[in-house]
Design a protein around this ligand. Structure first.
Ligand code: SAH
Ligand code: SF4
Length: 389
C-alpha cells in the first residue's frame, strides 16, 4: 500500500506542486488549502466544490492528519492547554491564552530541546526529536477549530477567528528545527491559510545567530530573543548556546534582523531568577548593552517571573525586585513589561510545558486511558477527552 501524503505537511507552493502531480490545476490547491485551513475540514468527501474524481483520487492518496490530543485542560483564567501525542511516548503542549482583544496560541516546535537552559524544564527533558510541519501547523489547525467548536462558531475564512496571534514559545528551539518551522510560518501567513500578519506571529529563539539571518530572508516574522543575562559569563551558565554565539554576535544579529522585521524592535525575554540575574547592576549592564552608540538595538523587554520546577534549584525573583529592575530599564527609555503568569493551575506557564511529559509514566497512563475510552466509545473518542489525574 502506498503511504498517504499528509496535506498538513505541505506549504502553499508544495500543495500546488502536489496537485500538479495529480494532473490538477493550481487553483485546486487554493481550494484545497481553504477547505483545510479555513474551514477545518479533513474529510475530502465534505469538500463539495471539488470534482468527485479529485475527491476520490485524494482519498486514496492523501490525508489531513493533525497529531492526536491526549488531554485538554482549561484553567480558571481561561487558558487552555492541550497535550499532544507525537508518538513513541513523546508529547508536546499547545497553549491558548485568551485576552480581551486577542487570542494567542503558543506552539511547540520540538519534542524536548537540546539547548538545555538551566531554568527550563523542557531543556531538562533533553532532546527527543524535531516536529514535522504537520505537527507544528496541526497544533494551530486543531486549536482554532476546537475553540470554534467549543464556542459554537461556524468555520470559515473570517467567521470570528479565535486565534489572532501565534507565538513560537512552547517546547523546543524553533531555529534548530528550521525548515519545518519556516514552512509552518508560511502557512500561518498565507491568505488561503490563516492569513495572519507578520506582526502577529512571533518566533522566540535562544539565539541561533546564523538562523536569525536566514529567517530575516526567508520569513521575517516578529522576533523575540531569550536573553536572560547581561553578560557572557552569566549567559554561558544560563543559556549554554551562548558559548557558541556570544552576546556581541547576538546583538549584531538582532540589529541586522531589524532591517527586515515587521516591527521596529526586538523583544528581549528575561526570566527573573532570584539572586542570579536580577540585581540593579544587571539591569544597568543591559541598558549599556542595548544602548551602545552605533551598536544600539531597538528593543522592548519582557520580564518573565521564573516559574519554578522542583529540580531547577532556582527561585523566582520577588515582585518588588522585578519592579525595581523594570524601573531601571524604563528610566533608560526602554519599553518594559512584566509578564503576567497565566494558566498556573494547569502547569501551562512558560517553562512548565514539560512538567507532565517529564514524568513519562503519567503520559503513558493517559495514553492508555485514551486507548481504553476509544475501545469503548469508538476511535474518534479522545480527541477532546479530559483525562483527570
Ligand atoms: N526555545 C525558545 C522558545 C521556547 S521557550 C526560547 O528559548 O526562546 C519560551 C520562553 O520561555 C523563553 O524565553 C524561555 O526562556 C522562557 N522560559 C523557559 N523556562 C522558563 C521558566 N521556568 N520560567 C519562566 N520562563 C521560562
Ligand atoms: Fe530550549 Fe528555549 Fe527551554 Fe532553552 S528556554 S531549553 S532554548 S526551550
Amino acid at each position: 500500500m502506498t503511504q498517504l501524503t499528509n496535506l498538513l505537511d505541505l506549504d502553499p507552493a508544495q500543495l500546488v506542486a502536489y496537485c500538479g502531480e495529480l494532473g490538477e490545476k493550481p487553483f485546486r490547491a487554493k481550494q484545497l488549502q481553504r477547505w483545510i485551513h479555513q474551514f477545518g475540514v479533513g474529510d475530502f468527501d465534505a469538500m463539495t466544490d471539488l470534482a468527485k474524481s479529485l475527491r476520490d483520487k485524494l482519498s486514496t492518496r492523501a490525508m489531513v492528519a493533525a497529531p492526536a490530543v491526549i488531554s485538554d485542560h482549561t484553567s480558571v483564567d481561561g487558558t487552555r492547554k492541550w497535550l499532544i501525542d507525537v508518538g513513541q511516548g513523546n508529547a508536546v503542549e499547545t497553549v491558548f491564552i485568551p485576552e480581551e482583544s486577542r487570542g494567542t496560541l503558543c506552539v511547540s516546535t520540538q519534542a524536548g530541546c537540546a539547548v538545555n537552559c538551566r531554568f527550563c524544564s523542557t531543556g531538562k527533558q533533553g532532546f527527543n526529536r524535531n516536529l514535522t510541519v504537520g505537527e507544528i501547523i496541526g497544533q494551530l489547525w486543531m486549536a482554532e477549530f476546537e475553540l470554534r467548536r467549543t464556542k459554537g462558531i461556524e468555520p470559515g475564512p473570517k467567521g470570528e477567528r479565535q486565534i489572532t496571534n501565534v507565538v513560537m514559545m512552547g517546547m523546543g528551539e524553533p531555529l534548530l528545527n528550521y525548515e519545518p518551522t519556516v514552512t509552518a510560518l508560511k502557512l500561518m501567513l498565507d491568505d488561503n491559510g490563516y492569513g495572519l500578519s507578520r506582526r502577529r506571529v512571533t518566533l522566540s529563539t535562544s539565539g541561533v545567530v546564523p538562523m536569525i539571518d536566514r529567517l530575516s530572508q526567508d520569513c521575517p516574522v516578529a522576533l523575540a530573543v531569550s536573553l536572560h543575562a547581561s553578560n557572557d559569563a552569566l549567559r554561558d551558565d544560563l543559556v549554554p548556546l551562548n558559548k557558541k554565539y556570544p552576546l556581541h554576535e547576538l546583538m549584531a544579529a538582532c540589529k541586522r534582523y531589524l532591517e527586515f522585521a515587521p516591527r521596529d524592535f526586538i523583544t528581549f525575554e528575561y526570566c527573573m531568577l532570584d539572586g542570579v540575574n536580577d540585581s540593579d547592576a544587571n539591569a544597568m549592564e543591559l541598558v549599556a548593552m542595548v544602548q551602545n552608540g552605533a551598536e544600539s538595538v531597538s528593543c522592548k523587554f519582557n520580564l518573565i517571573p521564573f516559574n519554578p520546577f522542583p529540580e531547577s534549584g532556582l527561585l523566582r525573583s520577588k515582585t518588588p525586585r522585578i519592579k525595581a529592575f523594570a524601573k531601571i530599564l524604563i528610566d533608560a527609555g526602554i519599553v518594559t513589561t512584566i509578564r503576567k503568569t497565566r494558566g498556573d493551575d494547569i502547569d501551562a506557564a512558560c517553562g512548565q510545558l514539560a512538567g507532565e511529559v517529564q514524568d513519562r509514566t503519567r503520559v503513558h497512563e493517559r495514553m492508555r486511558s485514551v486507548a481504553e475510552y476509544q475501545q469503548k466509545f469508538g476511535k474518534n473518542f479522545g480527541r477532546l477527552v479530559e483525562v483527570t489525574e
